[in-house]
Design a protein around this ligand. Structure first.
Ligand SMILES: [Zn+2]
Length: 102
């Protein structure tokens, strides 16, 4: 059985900070491809330590700083930099099945 790449054991922003982990955001806009380490400190200041760090709760709050898109994926990461391979995996995994007509 394949192990999940990003298990969500850390369900709040405070838990992520305590664990020294990072949240990485990926723009899913094909023409953009921006990705960045989210500033947990800023998120906690704005939302509080108890705010959920689960994707459905965070993603609606995020906007791509490059293209302004709202189509964002979030992944938990142990480091500030996410390897290209991992970024690609996240983008593939998050692709929404919405353009099937073409
Ligand atoms: Zn973008």
């Amino acid at each position: 059985m394949a192990e999940k790449l990003f298990p969500y054991r850390h369900r709040t922003l405070g838990a992520i900070r305590n664990a020294g982990l990072h949240l990485h955001a990926f723009c899913l806009n094909p023409g953009c491809g921006w990705d960045a380490d989210l500033d947990i400190g800023t998120l906690i200041e704005r939302l509080g330590r108890q705010h959920s760090a689960m994707q459905p709760d965070l993603v609606p709050l995020l906007v791509c700083s490059r293209c302004g898109g709202k189509d964002i994926a979030v992944a938990l990461s142990g480091t500030e930099e996410v390897p290209t391979e991992t970024a690609e995996h996240v983008r593939q995994a998050w692709k929404r099945p919405r353009d099937k007509s073409t």
